[in-house]
Design a protein around this ligand. Sequence first.
Ligand SMILES: [Zn+2]
Length: 685
Amino acid sequence: MSNVLAALASKIEQSQAPAIDTPDSSISFFEWLHTYAMVKVGNKFVKYSTKGRQPLFVVILIIDYVLGNDISYAPAEQRQRILGTTEYGKIIPDAQIDVCGGAQFGKTILALLLKTYLGTVQFRGMMYCLPDDDLVQGIIDAKERPEVIDQIAYVGEMLQIGKTLTASGKAANRKGAMLYTNGNTSSISMMRGLGKFPTTFSCDVVAVDERDDVREEFADYLPGRMTTSDLRLMLNIGTQRYHGAGQNRLFEEGSQHVGAVICPKCGRRHCLEEDWPGVVRMSVTGQPAPMDPVLNEAGVFTIHGDTVAKYKPEYTYYFGCVACGTPLPREEVLYEARKPEQIFNRHWSVRVSQMCCSALNVSMFVADWCKKRKKDNRAAFACDRLAIPKSSNQKITPKILDRAATVDPYSMSMQVNDKLHRFGGLDMGDQCWLMVRELDGRFKRLQWAEAIADSDTVQRSVQLFDALKLDCLFIDAGPLRDTTRAIVLALNGCNLVDVTVIKDWEKKRISFPGGVTWDGEYGRWLGLKSAAVEFTGKPGSGIKQQARLTPDNNHIYPVISVNRDEAIQGVIDELLTAEDGFAVIDEETDTLRTIPEFLLPKSGQDEPGIVETVREHLLCGSRKILDNDGKEEHFIDKVANHLLLAATYARLAEMFSGVLSKRTPFACSQIRRNAPGERQHPRVF
Ligand SMILES: [Zn+2]
């Protein structure tokens, strides 16, 4: 306790009546919840319970463990499985716990109850962050006061709402502040909106509610608020709405605790939310049988693929083994970490799926699934109930990437096939990212990807250009303009011709040593080996090329400008097929394309990390957000999307090289055929 708080506590002690009877300070959060807390069910309040809400039990257990509390309420086997140890009783500093929903799993009430527990039992301060300041008073008035303060008698007696302490120890009014005191000891908690940078307030625990709505740069400042604490616990609680971003990114980075249910007959492990909908069966008689029909994507019940029944409220629905049909013991859901090594980095992430809450009825899910036909409703079902992000704004999903890695499985390697052509893209920044793709018939295989420190970029990219026998490398024009120019000049041999000696060079035909030509008559480049790419083009303006002078006016080099959204969409389209609702005619077969063009290597031990990073960048960057005036959607910027951009540059390089005569952007290559009755998906290039 700080001196300021001690001074206030003693002042209050002198002036006030007997101390309030508070819970024993050794009580765990779990016990406290089950002793004091209430939850609103309909219009009634009932005692808080984790019964039938297995994911919440897991979250509470982890919180208690990190706080150094008594967790003997969990069996040793469970402690080992979830915490990686059976021991407890010591504070685990610098932990991060990410609670990843699902909707309506009681995340806000859990965070408010934790704030109260920390404030009144452990006398620790929590900063509870909401996406916006406007939400603060609403949560206090509509949720915290009626559901926490008014329900737990001793809390109301200990609490002064809106009070905090000044530096000199005087009580002051402040919106969102809570001062708890029992006459001897005090603590302050704070509720804040993160619409701006978090200001000075020190605490032991920071909790962020709805991380997806908080700007990352503001969230980055939050751990700094806990510098003076011995605990420094970071808690992120929210719905996962986008793959690879916000709350889902936290889930991916953490321990990935998810529930498993094991078939009592054949032993198959199920993850109910990932096995949905094929894990649901219908029984007309109410007695499960092995041949009961299975729920499908379309919301009907099938046997061996034939539709046999539609949803009716009076039938019985249950989770059944996808292999043998045996009813699954849903109440015996086992939470396990998919990345157990993250437990030792003290980074827990828990997926809170409604499927894993045995108190919630399967019939409710089935009714919801079978009623909802619209695409957006499927997204809501996935986000809210399965706790698996699905957004109509995000074109690429993990499933789409898995498909690109299984069409023709291969491993990434620097071994090149001399008969094939390879093209590279380089995204520039503090770290530079290279992607090389190999053209093999209709496929573009990811051949190589690499992160390069900016200081090595010129040397390393020229080295890789030679080693991987690239035909052409396109490079992000900014932010390292000098570096980009140096590589482009070197690869094209443009640095070997001084244009100051050529009169009217713009109109002339200049051939550089190595085969690159500036064709001034038509204002185009031929046989390019490299170019700088600028995202300056307006939508629909196609690809523009120019010869630009170096700052000393001695040399020219190629600069390509395109519209950013259209260029990125080009790569994303290569990953999509008719299955995703993307209709494009396969140029070889003249039919609707059913397999992706852009293939990925399988991720495995051979290439630790980089293949996973490629996937993350493709996911993260494929999300579209509205621009500031709320009118147009653009691919998200300033996120980990570097290898998606590198792929975008590589694709442009392919189109310019002239190797694929059908695809060169010159002349009349933009004419494309439509299949009879098939609407042509707009292609930019
Ligand atoms: Zn089974």
